[in-house]
Write a protein that binds this ligand. Sequence first.
Ligand code: 5CA
Ligand code: ZN
Length: 376
Amino acid sequence: MYVCGITPYDATHLGHANTYIAFDLLNRYLRATGSRVIYVQNITDIDDPLLERANRDGVDWRELANSQIDLFRADMVALHVLPPAHYIGAVEAIPLVTKAIESLNQINATYLVDEDTYLDLHKDLGFGEISHLSPDEMPAIFAQRGGDPERVGKQDALDPLLWLKQRFGEPGWESALGKGRPGWHIECCAIALNFLDVDNTEHTSIDIQGGGSDLIFPHHEMSATQAKLITGKDFARHYVHSGMVGVEGEKMSKSKGNLVFVSKLIASGVDPMVIRLALLMHHYREDHMWSNEELSTASEFLDDLRTALSRTEVAPTDIVITEIIAALANNLDTPRAITVLSGWVTQSLSGSEDCVSGGSAGELSRAIDALLGLAL
Ligand code: 5CA
Ligand code: ZN
């Protein structure tokens, strides 16, 4: 499983948290049901937005990235997110990126504009199969998300940048392509192909490509095209996209400045498990607006759950565990899993003797921890 990681200039907001909790849930479910999971995540530790933010704030881009990566990792630990097996920065992956571009060169799928290297998308006849967008819709979204459809000299407006020649005042790394830095989409493609256990007998290179739904186009479309041209087969068996979290009617994003930070909530005394539960109350694929009321609802439920789990006599738990697994098996239906738990809590706290017996609070507690990542 490859999940697109952060660009470390403003982490970790609740949108990021929602995305990494969604894939943590998938990781936990796959492991609990017997799969061996190799989980790889990148860090886009060199890209335009990081350099722009560092310039704006008058800080070194490396310091900015390192500080945000530290914060992100601490937030993930607090939220009980299992770490990936490989957590790879774009900078450390530069040799893999240049090797990937070299493979694309060999099939004549690259060209230069001035001294920057671009991919000729037309080499992949399947381009567009991931997002199912029409060619008319693509350029505007491409431009919004870091693309350069207007650049003069490109063969097709949508062709993505593979390698940017070093600009004055910007960092660059020596390579056969000249001194420069990697494009965004080739970074994820190169890291995924090199750190996942690509099985040559399978029809796809990897099993799962994940990220938030804002990455479907152009990012996952472009990464898939590049990987397909390099390997000759489809990139991922499944594409999984989590919904966007917004505040007051708008998507939460760095550019809008409406971010709610996990570290700030925790510093203000909010239990990280309350944050996790508040996010799990929504289906991972659903877009939703964050509100602080969700914290109160989650906090009350978590208190009741802890009270019920501390009792020696509780309602039957085997059926609850089975139903939670069934809910997760149905496209990670966490709202359903929480409804099941809530029914058990009500029963266990009801005080009525006939239904409050026969369960094992310890077993249920361990199942909730393993499957939902809620440490109680
Ligand atoms: N570094 C690239 C991916 S290679 C990137 O998109 N970084 S990011 O920091 O902008 O986003 C990190 C992850 O959080 C991505 O998977 C993205 O889809 C997700 N994400 C960003 N904003 C939100 C949001 N408002 N709600 C939910 N998920 C979000
Ligand atoms: Zn990515």
